[in-house]
Design a protein around this ligand. Structure first.
Ligand SMILES: Nc1nc2c(ncn2[C@@H]2O[C@H](COP(=O)(O)OP(=O)(O)O)[C@@H](O)[C@H]2O)c(=O)[nH]1
Ligand SMILES: [Mg+2]
Ligand SMILES: [Zn+2]
Length: 361
């Protein structure tokens, strides 16, 4: 079976994000007789994959021929949201032997081995960053999530949850100021407020939810799906240190798009996000162009436009400190070859995808 078996408008994977660009990209690997699918969850070396066949397949992945896409770099292993080609005939279990180049990827430093990257989700159009209004917002953490989101290549949207218990106009305004260029949506899964606005940001595409655990991601997924989907049925896994952790990631079709729920993240360490940090702090970067010295560090230089903005209250001292901190963090990561290589590869994929895109009619 190949992707050409179905007309685009009737493809069984439409609810999972199948679209013209995916269809076109699969034409190439369909020639090898591979079954197209999308990774719905990863559990060690096993991946749950949705395909045109009914139900979910559990497939293995390996360093495979003819397209050796998955080598030992964890960033290149299949992750939720990947479009893959399965060899259905290679034994008792289908094997993932190819993957489409990713259009976007949310990559953080692996929590236990900071020198490795970990992809939280791939091929997402939107990153929904959930922040609970029921607690005092941690702006530095929001900026960190935003840097990760901008770096992924997807559109960040800050979703302020639990408006029914925590709405405060000044809280919302404060968060808007930390997220220039991103949309900010206020929701309550309990009252239904803002759900349509969140759904509209998907524009028919795929959105990954990231945010601290307890901020209401799974509740939001259920509310958007309109039914309790089994998103919080965590699979028991061992992490790299052998401890049991609960991790579950799922690809969930909703009316008007696809959601990827990710496990709650206690923290996010950046993994090569220079661009992402620059976009997160676009306000500071724009001001820096007005500094007298082009290499101004915005500390005590004369005619520093950034410090002038801090002095007159346009930028908070906290935000400037956060900007500096994330830049330093990136510099430390950039000093490590493996992270540099991974960033390089990510750029290469993105370039390949851009080249592969069919010209617009
Ligand atoms: N009041 C209120 N509580 C919510 C809302 N959304 C989620 N919660 C509660 O917040 C807690 C964590 O929600 P959950 O969806 O598991 O968060 P996750 O860890 O981000 O997936 C649960 O007790 C929910 O009932 C909301 O809109 N309003
Ligand atoms: Mg959850
Ligand atoms: Zn300056």
């Amino acid at each position: 079976m190949s992707s050409t078996t179905f007309p685009l408008s009737e493809h069984p994977l439409l609810p999972f994000g199948w679209r013209e660009s995916v269809d076109a990209a699969f034409q190439e690997i369909a020639a090898d007789g591979l079954l197209p699918g999308r990774v719905a969850r990863v559990d060690g070396l096993a991946c749950d994959v949705v395909t045109a066949l009914p139900g979910e397949l559990t497939a293995r992945h390996l360093r495979a021929q003819p397209r050796p896409v998955h080598d030992l770099d964890p960033v290149l292993r299949p992750c939720t949201g990947d479009w893959v080609g399965l060899d259905p005939g290679g034994g008792p279990q289908p094997v993932i032997t190819a993957a489409l180049p990713r259009t976007t990827a949310i990559v953080r430093a692996s929590s236990s081995r900071r020198s490795e990257g970990q992809v939280l989700a791939a091929n997402v159009d939107v990153v929904l960053i959930t922040v609970s209004l029921a607690a005092k917002p941690d702006e530095g953490r929001i900026e960190r999530f935003l840097a990760l989101a901008w770096e992924s290549g997807a559109r960040p949207v800050v979703v302020l949850t639990k408006a029914d218990v925590g709405y405060r106009a000044e809280r919302v305004a404060g968060i808007e100021a930390t997220a220039p260029g991103a949309s900010v949506v206020v929701v309550s899964a309990h009252t239904g407020e803002g759900l349509d606005a969140v759904a509209q940001t998907l524009d028919g595409g795929t959105a990954a939810l990231i945010g601290q655990s307890g901020t209401g991601k799974s509740t939001l997924v259920n509310a958007l799906a309109g039914e309790p989907v089994a998103v919080v049925a965590p699979t028991r896994q061992r992490d790299e240190k052998g401890r049991h952790t609960t991790t579950a990631r799922e690809l969930i079709p909703i009316p008007g798009g696809v959601l990827i729920d990710t496990p709650g993240l206690r923290g996010v360490a950046l993994f090569g996000s220079e661009e992402g940090v620059a976009q997160t702090f676009a306000d500071i970067e724009a001001l820096a162009l007005e500094c007298r010295f082009s290499d101004c560090a915005h500390v005590s230089e004369p005619d520093c436009a950034v410090n002038a903005a801090v002095a007159d209250g346009a930028i908070t001292a906290r935000r400037l400190a956060s900007y500096r901190k994330l830049i330093r963090e990136n510099e430390r990561i950039a000093a490590r070859t493996d992270a540099r290589l991974a960033a390089q590869r990510r750029r290469e994929w993105q370039a390949r995808v851009r080249e592969a895109r069919p010209p617009r009619p």
